[in-house]
Every structure is written in structure tokens, then in C-alpha cells.
Design a protein around this ligand. Structure first.
Ligand SMILES: *Cc1c(COP(=O)(O)O)cnc(C)c1O
Length: 388
């Protein structure tokens, strides 16, 4: 039964049956009345997820497209931007800004650590001439399993006055993000992570400040022109043909999220994240992330002595059909990652941990599987009160 797999990677994530069914609906005229209704309902659901009254544009592309849209719609070549980099995705955001001609200043933090807001505050304080136009930051760094304190970072940036552009691709819906309350200017997200949808859609919110910057922003753009996207959204259309199957999936996915309740959804991710971390500790596994900033969406685990991440991932795939992610960039030969976001539940987590413990045992390291599952179970039940 090779086809039966448990997909435990940080995107694409498993998709629920009702969403898959919704994706197979017949096509409609994307300039007709049914599309207007579909878009309106999706926009209401997205507004709830982003916790904003700002415009949210839906784009047909992956998350990187939304990151690019964030940059090119608010900045001009030569603009100075400060990129907070704590891993591979922060690096990507900086690359995009550089590619389109921004003058990029990087603030690198050791991989595994979160952004230190005090260092950020100190740097922004130096900028008395207000040369820094925007701060680019990753909410949840998927490559290292670290979540930044976005509320604190945003507060520091707000004080300075620069725009804050946020990559929330692997955080939105998995953990709290309050675009309005925190004063986030542009937030980029995508369908294939915690939204539990197939890949193919990305979402970008634009604050009033961001639209203001847009009026003078000169970076090249055509497909990702958000001004155009907004014009068409106001006519209840999109400038280009949208990915209709994914839009139907989005409508259903947002209904599922509403049914669970956003706060319950966060609580589920907290439970799953802490269960994975507790089981790893009980198995003697070392986690890559600073425990104070451990992500509830993804965990990066160091391969124990005498094993390689590749060996572990291959064995789990071949023997148990459990799919884990490899390390990104410089972590390729050091870590493997478990994605625990989206349409993932307690059963998936227990199964994954059992397969991991049994797999490691076969590769050499002596692990106490019983203790690991016990620890996971304790975390899964201890905080379950938040769910209705
Ligand atoms: C997945 C991801 C992206 C986007 O990747 P795509 O493959 O373009 O969808 C961006 N940022 C983070 C933090 C991610 O996890």
C-alpha cells in the first residue's frame, strides 16, 4: 500500500476531503456573478484569518509570489530596506528585495535563534534620517522551526515609521497574527500551509500606509501589480484568470477553519507542537530551535550520532509511509523536519512519533519509545481544554 502516506512536511500539507471535493467543481465564468459571490465569501474568511479590515488580494501563485508582490508594490529601486534573517526564508525575502534593486541591509541572527528586538530597536534608533523604508521579516521561519515575536518586532518598527512587510506563509492560521492590532503593513500568506489547501493561491494584505507607499513605488511589476488586482477586486473579479479549483477549495477550507474556530485552531497547533517537542526530548533528540521560540507549525530535529537525516527520512518513508522534510540550505545534512500544521491531528502526531521512534531504534540509537509516546500523550491531553 505504497500510496497510503502520512504527509508530515511543512507544505504542501494534507488536504481535507471536503476541500478536495470542492476543488473538483465545474469551472465557471471568472467574470460572472458566481465568481463575485465566491470571491466575496473568501475575502470575508481571509479578513477573519488576517484579523484585518485592510484589502487582501488573492493571487494565483505560490507563497514566494506573494513575497515578491509585497516588495515590488511598496518599494522603488534604491530604497533602503532592513531584512531580518533567521533562516532560509528570511534569506529569500532579502534576495527578492535585492533582485528588484532595493538597497538591502541584512540583520542576520544565528540560525535557530529568533530576531532580537533590542538589536532591531537599536539599529532603527540610529536611523534618525529615516532612510530605512521597510523592514522585512519572517513570522515563522520554516527552515529552522523558529517563531519570531512578531507583535514585539512590529511595535519597534511602528515606532520608527518604516513599513513592515511580513512573510506569514507558514504562520497564518497556525498561530495568532493580528494585522490591524499589530500595525502590519503587508502580510504574505499561501494556501498550502496551515490553510489546509492545495498549493496555488497566495494572499497579500495591504494597509493604508502600504497603499500610500504604492503610489510612488517604482519597482517593475506586471502580473503582481496589486493596484490592478485591487481595481478588479472592487469589480468582484481578478485581472488574470484565477485558479478556480483552488478558489473553491479556499471557500470550503475557510468554512472548516470557521467551524473549528481560529483560536481553537491555534490551540490545536500548540498541542501538536508541544507533543512533538516533548516526545523528542524523551527520545533524547536535540531540537535545532531555541526552545524559547520553538515553532508550533514545524520542528527541526538534529539527526542523532551515527545517523543522517537522509537515512531517517528514507526509512520512515519506505517502512511506514511517513513523509518528513529535509533540512534546507546549510541544514541539509544536519536536520530533518516534521511539519505539524494544517489538516493534522493527534492521530497523525502519535503515528509519526511512533514511526520515528521505531525507525531510530532500527538505525542504532536506543530510544525509549514508550516514554516518548507517553510524553506526547501528556501534552496532547494536558492542554486540550481550549478545544470546544
Ligand atoms: C513555504 C514558505 C514560503 C513560500 O514558499 P512557496 O514554495 O513559494 O509557496 C515562504 N515563506 C515561508 C516561511 C514558507 O514556509
Amino acid at each position: 500500500m505504497r500510496e497510503k502516506q502520512l504527509l508530515m512536511i511543512p507544505g504542501p500539507t494534507p488536504v481535507a476531503q471536503p476541500v478536495l471535493r470542492a476543488c473538483s467543481k465545474p469551472m465557471i465564468n471568472h467574470r460572472g456573478p458566481e465568481f463575485a459571490e465566491l470571491q466575496d465569501e473568501c475575502n470575508r474568511g481571509l479578513a477573519a484569518a488576517f484579523k484585518t479590515t485592510d484589502d487582501i488580494l488573492t493571487l494565483t501563485c505560490s507563497g514566494t509570489g506573494a513575497m515578491e508582490a509585497a516588495v515590488v508594490n511598496t518599494l522603488s529601486p534604491g530604497d533602503k530596506v532592513l531584512c531580518l534573517v533567521i533562516g532560509a526564508f528570511g534569506d529569500r525575502f532579502a534576495q527578492i528585495a535585492k533582485t528588484f534593486g532595493a538597497q538591502v541591509e541584512r540583520m542576520d541572527f544565528e540560525w535557530g535563534q529568533a530576531v532580537d528586538e533590542r538589536k532591531l530597536a537599536a539599529r532603527l534608533k540610529q536611523d534618525s534620517a529615516r532612510e530605512i523604508k521597510a523592514v522585512l521579516v519572517t513570522h515563522n521561519e520554516t527552515s529552522t522551526g523558529v517563531t519570531n515575536d512578531l507583535a514585539a518586532i512590529a511595535a519597534v518598527v511602528r515606532e520608527h515609521g518604516a513599513l513592515i512587510l511580513v512573510d506569514a506563509v507558514s504562520s497564518l492560521v497556525a498561530m495568532d497574527l493580528r494585522a490591524d492590532e499589530w500595525g502590519l503593513d503587508v502580510v504574505a500568506a499561501a494556501s498550502q500551509k496551515a490553510f489546509m489547501l492545495p498549493p496555488g493561491l497566495a494572499f497579500v494584505s495591504m494597509s493604508a500606509r502600504a497603499w500610500d507607499a504604492n503610489t510612488t513605488a517604482k519597482m517593475h511589476r506586471y502580473y503582481f501589480d496589486l493596484q490592478k488586482a485591487k481595481e478588479f477586486m472592487d469589480k468582484k473579479q481578478t485581472p488574470w484568470t484565477p485558479a478556480l479549483p483552488q478558489m473553491y477549495g479556499l471557500q470550503e477550507g475557510l468554512r472548516l477553519i470557521e467551524e473549528e474556530g481560529l483560536e481553537n485552531c491555534f490551540a490545536r497547533h500548540r498541542r501538536l507542537g508541544s507533543a512533538v517537542r516533548a516526545a523528542c526530548a524523551a527520545m533524547g533528540l536535540k531540537l535545532f530551535a531555541d526552545p524559547a521560540h520553538a515553532s508550533n507549525a514545524v520542528t527541526a530535529i538534529l539527526a542523532p550520532e551515527g545517523t543522517t537525516p537522509k537515512q531517517i527520512r528514507s526509512l520512515l518513508l519506505d517502512k511506514y509511509g511517513v513523509v518528513l522534510a529535509e533540512g534546507q540550505g546549510k541544514l541539509k545534512d544536519t536536520v530533518f523536519r516534521i511539519g505539524h500544521l494544517g489538516y493534522v491531528n493527534e492521530t497523525d502526531i502519535m503515528t509519526t512519533l511512533a514511526a520515528l521512534g521505531a525507525g531510530l531504534h532500527q538505525l542504532g540509537p536506543k530510544v525509549d519509545l514508550g516514554a516518548a509516546l507517553d510524553a506526547a500523550h501528556r501534552e496532547l491531553t494536558a492542554t486540550s481544554g481550549a478545544q470546544t
